[in-house]
Design a protein around this ligand. Structure first.
Ligand SMILES: [Fe+2]
Ligand SMILES: [Fe+2]
Length: 335
């Protein structure tokens, strides 16, 4: 796997681990009812027959080299990201079992089941492109990032919800424009995104089981940090891969708007604060970040000159300043 579009970069999903002892001390007293309801729903396994391993996933239309690269890098990124969720949930399940928290362990086991199906499906789509992704080896080679439990609860909640919106918005778009649905993989997104939505709801229950994490200055700070970092990563990834969205007949920037708006709305159920989006200032600042990002990328691709290192440093600083200005955009109370 050496083609440029399949290599990893800063925006590639990472692998994570967290404070297991603290996770094992999760108190479900105030959230027991919702926890049990979600656990029962996960046991029901609505998507048991959905991810049919025999379903053909071959692309239905030939693509030019650029388009093919865009589709394949989308698959790789999504597959690594699903697999990263699988590893985190599986590890949490195993360690929570050891820590005598069978109900929490079971819940993570069921979430790991879903992510394994998702990663498996994407992996099969990659195989039909002739690409073999050795996921276990990849995860062994890459450093595992350690996050405090509060960070995991905030960031996984958001990545599940943003994942839900990404899948469902692509699916809704293709329903309106079936001529752009060039691969059967997209037909699976409907029930698939319901898994992500449920996972987000589960993380919300876990987050509410730690009331100190969503209160006061800490709650406000964590809300800002994670909404900012998840939206920033999303906008840059979408900008970097606008070829892929073009292939689906989707305007990348409008797609980013829709995903951010919907995810920010979902975050109201879980976080004490969310970004204020209705006055358009946040998205206007996001545009400035994306412009700075594109200028930096373009400077890297141009001919080498004596000024280039200095020029790149200046563009990098501009990007950092714009990204910081995005973090400082006004927020509002969720309820
Ligand atoms: Fe998933
Ligand atoms: Fe998920």
């Amino acid at each position: 796997m050496t083609a440029a579009h399949l290599r990893e970069d800063l925006l590639t999903p990472r692998f994570y681990t967290t404070e297991i002892d603290k996770a094992a001390a999760t108190c479900l007293e105030g959230t027991r009812e919702r926890f049990e309801a979600l656990l029962a729903e996960m046991e029901t396994d609505h998507n048991r027959d959905h991810f049919d391993r025999r379903a053909p996933l071959e692309r239905q239309r030939s693509l030019g080299p650029r388009e093919k690269a865009a589709y394949e890098s989308y698959l790789v990124r999504s597959c690594v990201s699903e697999f990263s969720g699988f590893l985190l949930f599986k590890e949490l399940s195993r360690r929570l079992q050891q820590a005598q928290r069978p109900e929490l362990s079971r819940l993570f086991q069921l979430m790991a089941r879903d992510e394994a199906r998702h990663a498996g499906f994407l992996n099969r789509a990659l195989l039909s492109e002739g690409i073999e992704l050795d996921l276990p080896r990849l995860s062994g080679r890459r450093p595992i990032t350690w996050f405090p439990l509060s960070w995991v609860l905030y960031s996984v909640f958001l990545s599940e919800k943003i994942g839900y919106w990404r899948y469902i918005l692509i699916k809704r778009h293709l329903e309106q424009h079936p001529e752009h649905g060039f691969a059967p993989l997209f037909d699976w997104f409907d029930a698939w995104c319901q898994d992500e939505n449920r996972h987000g709801d589960i993380f919300n229950v876990l987050l509410q089981s730690w009331p100190t994490l969503t209160q006061g200055l800490r709650g406000r700070w964590l809300s800002r940090l994670f909404l900012w970092s998840v939206f920033l990563t999303h906008s840059l990834t979408v900008a970097e891969r606008d070829d892929f969205y073009g292939l689906l007949g989707i305007d990348a920037s409008r797609f980013d708007d829709a995903v951010i708006t919907a995810t920010n709305r979902s975050a109201r159920q879980a976080f004490p604060m969310v970004f204020r989006l209705d006055d358009g200032r946040f998205l206007a600042q996001r545009d400035r970040v994306v412009t700075a990002f594109r200028q930096l990328a373009a400077a890297g691709a141009g001919p080498a000159t004596a000024w280039r290192p200095l020029d790149r440093l200046r563009l990098r600083l501009t990007l950092a300043v714009q990204a910081l200005a995005l973090a400082l955009q006004p927020m509002e109370a969720s309820r």
